[in-house]
Design a protein around this ligand. Structure first.
Ligand SMILES: Nc1ncnc2c1ncn2[C@@H]1O[C@H](COP(=O)(O)OP(=O)(O)O)[C@@H](O)[C@H]1O
Ligand SMILES: [Mg+2]
Length: 333
């Protein structure tokens, strides 16, 4: 363990900043790390993220994100025990949705922020992790990866949604039908931990926070995950305004990932963890149960989702026209 004050003092000195006037530890929602807003005399506040266990220094990753104009808070200082980052104003997207204040302008800004992340492009057939100090990529076959996800979900589905098992064979068939477009899709930088609480929105501008798990992969998968998470908050998923900022979703890949990722999550062990996690605030545990109910409900309508996917596959027709193809050839959402 590290001493919070010592970590902060070292980071402030490294950043050439004065001693703190105030330190407010943020609480709630079972944050993974200790996050504090640090008030400074005569200048803007900064944010301290302090780790329970020592980690690698993350200067390389922060430079990469800054060099590619990714909408992330600027790194001001780093040690093995924490980081000091720029304070981002505004409100969390999840809070805006729950207060019914998620305007079209806000969603357009969120879409534009993800567009900038996914514009950091890589070739097709790669997956990997942007670690604190290394970008490690490996060649992958996205089709084999999706078959594997479905296979690994079988045991979990037996426990949590046995009625979905009859659709597994059809799903494998859909993965094969989507194979050309899955294999042709250019990969991109992904945020890697998408949720409605990792986006801060301030009048017409959105910044993605919590860059601990960035990856390289199919951006359609990240949009599918984002849609899944938005659906848990608003019951409808990403609104049109998001796509006005982002551009059209790549289909049929997004629709396929949306289904497979939902199956994967419902079948995962996460739910056992959420139920037994003593450290989790009760409100979060109740929320997790509500999420599982919604995901199961989504999967009970699997035949309809598969019909829609089928339509998208037929409409897409020619493979290879997803990203980078002429806009009129891309399928809107
Ligand atoms: N740079 C920042 N500016 C303003 N608030 C922040 C910043 N970073 C984190 N926060 C606040 O702290 C919360 C938790 O931070 P986050 O980095 O998402 O940690 P965790 O890994 O625990 O989810 C966020 O939901 C947000 O309210
Ligand atoms: Mg977070």
């Amino acid at each position: 363990m590290s001493d919070s004050r010592a970590v902060l003092a070292e980071l402030l000195e490294q950043a050439g900043l004065p001693e703190p006037a105030t330190v407010e530890v943020l609480t709630g929602r079972g944050f993974t790390d200790e996050v504090s807003v640090v008030g400074l005399p005569g200048t803007k506040p900064v944010v301290l993220r302090r780790w329970a266990e020592a980690r690698e220094l993350e200067f390389s990753r922060a430079c990469f994100l800054a060099d590619h104009a990714v909408p992330a808070p600027r790194l001001l200082a780093a040690s093995r025990w924490g980081t000091l980052v720029e304070f981002v104003g505004g409100r969390l997207l999840g809070d805006l949705i729950e207060d019914a204040q998620d305007s079209a302008t806000a969603w357009r800004a969120v879409g534009a922020a993800y567009r900038r992340v996914h514009d950091v492009g890589f070739p097709s057939g790669l997956a990997g992790r942007l670690g604190p100090d290394a970008l490690v990529l490996r060649p992958v076959d996205p089709v084999a990866g999706l078959h594997e996800l479905l296979e690994n979900a079988t045991a979990g589905l037996h426990r949590r949604l046995p009625e979905a098992l009859v659709h597994l064979d059809a799903l494998h068939g859909f993965v094969d039908r989507c194979a050309p477009s899955l294999r042709a899709a250019a990969t991109a930088l992904l945020h890697g931990d998408v949720n409605m609480w990792n986006v801060l929105v301030d009048t017409g501008r959105a910044v993605l926070i919590d860059w601990d798990l960035p990856e390289v992969g199919d951006p359609a998968m990240e949009i599918a995950l984002l849609d899944k998470h938005a659906h848990l908050f608003n019951g409808t998923g990403l609104p049109d305004a998001f796509f006005e900022g982002y551009g059209p979703s790549a289909e049929p890949n997004t629709a396929l990932h949306r289904i497979v990722q939902t199956i994967q999550w419902v079948a995962s062990d996460d739910w056992d963890g959420f139920a037994s996690e003593a450290a989790l605030p009760t409100a979060l545990r109740t929320r997790a149960q509500g999420w599982l109910d919604m995901l199961q409900q989504y999967l009970r309508a699997l035949p309809e989702h598969l019909d829609r996917l089928s339509g998208l596959i037929e409409a897409e027709g020619s493979p290879g026209l997803l990203r980078g193809g002429p806009p009129e050839a891309r399928q809107g959402r």
